[in-house]
Design a protein around this ligand. Sequence first.
Ligand SMILES: C[S@@+](CC[C@H](N)C(=O)[O-])C[C@H]1O[C@@H](n2cnc3c(N)ncnc32)[C@H](O)[C@@H]1O
Length: 457
Amino acid sequence: MIGRELINLVEKNGYYEVEFTDLTHDAMGVCKVDDFPIFVKEALKGEKALIKVIKLNKNFGFGRLIELFLESPFRKVPICEHYQACGGCNTMHMNYQTQLDFKKYRTVETLRKLGRIETVVQDTQGMNNPYYYRNKAIIPFGKHNGKIIGGLYRSRSHEIVNIKRCHIFPKVVSDMVRFFRSLFTELDVSIYDEATHEGLVRGLMFRHSRDQSQFSVTIITTSGRFPDKERIVNSLIGKFPIVVSVIQNINPEQTNVMLGAKSKVLYGKDVIEDNLLGINYEISHQSFYQVNPEQTEGLYKKAMDYAKIQPEDVVVDAYCGIGTIGLTASAYAGEVIGIEVVKEAIKNAQQNAKNNHVKNIRFITGKVEDILPTLKQRVDVLFIDPPRKGVDKKVLESIIKSKVKRVVYISCNVSTLARDLNFLQANHYKVVEVTPFDMFPQTAHIETVTLIERLES
Ligand SMILES: C[S@@+](CC[C@H](N)C(=O)[O-])C[C@H]1O[C@@H](n2cnc3c(N)ncnc32)[C@H](O)[C@@H]1O
């Protein structure tokens, strides 16, 4: 063991005895060496350990756990054999209650530090079984030592970890990944190489209905020419009859984004169906759909509680995707307007309204920042559910100008939420309450729903 007294300066490759006093937003343990912060994967608050410093930046560094001297009582042995290598999960070494407490703590701290918001933050709403919950998986494929591999990326890298079994996707998705690896090997399918930008198959995307009766498989290729497609589709549906849709997505770009703009249906339909809170949805492979249906139901119920919609109310569902929040709200409201930029998603939303016989909803294709300021109707309740980058300033200005009484903000990024709430709080709105939902167990991602009300004066 290397004694603390032997080392005075922080050095790359140096060994240090440390105590962890906090966790970063992505669940790394925070310790200090000579007052210099070092972040270490898989370390928990209160633990004491020997670490090796592996990277030094100007204001902080990264370390690796070498030996634990004092173990946290909240530590758990991860159930996944790939946990250390794979970047998919990063809180599996905490017991589940600690994961939930961590998410509440991060929400409170981020709102306070980045947004200067002191409000009621409820306990994080967790799952009974926080595994096998994800209804969508994107699996990059590549080659390693001449062998075809497919799995998830290592954290902060584009190196593929060849996954045997993942514990956040249903088991059958891991079975399908294994099936594709051997089929591609057998047929000698050309696999894309990121380094040379050569090869055909970039990866796969799986999506399934909650009861796992319908799976859609998207094969992402660099070109429209796909010589083995018939044999691949026939083998796939022969082995997995739950696959109701096979799509080829074409992405010729040299980019980190997996899906390209063009797609063609190779087998079955271009949508799968699912049900949330009694409403049926058609979802195309390019539309956004929440990845954890059980938690989504809880989240939407809480959003409806916060919204307190009255029968005459005009409700706007901004960033509506395939219309899930608006369609849920339509049962309580006079009129609902959904706004969404992706045309495919709006097509799904319109079809979903029709299939569920909902007449008091309409959808507008476009950016919320362009459409919301031009709406002629009064708006009583506004739902906003933006992507990770949060809400455009024009949207916030439009909310303030329109004097909407109640805003329900669903967020998957507590930092941009804090920024946006700070602006509203400074402009006649009060942040009444926040409830975090554990939409992404075993990872540090936090989903929240927030009630914001217009101040009377
Ligand atoms: C987090 S998702 C929420 C979708 C939906 N509310 C749900 O619960 O399934 C965000 C959605 O906003 C859409 N989007 C992103 N930027 C947008 C913008 N500037 N204006 C309108 N929609 C946008 C995305 O296509 C995506 O469907």
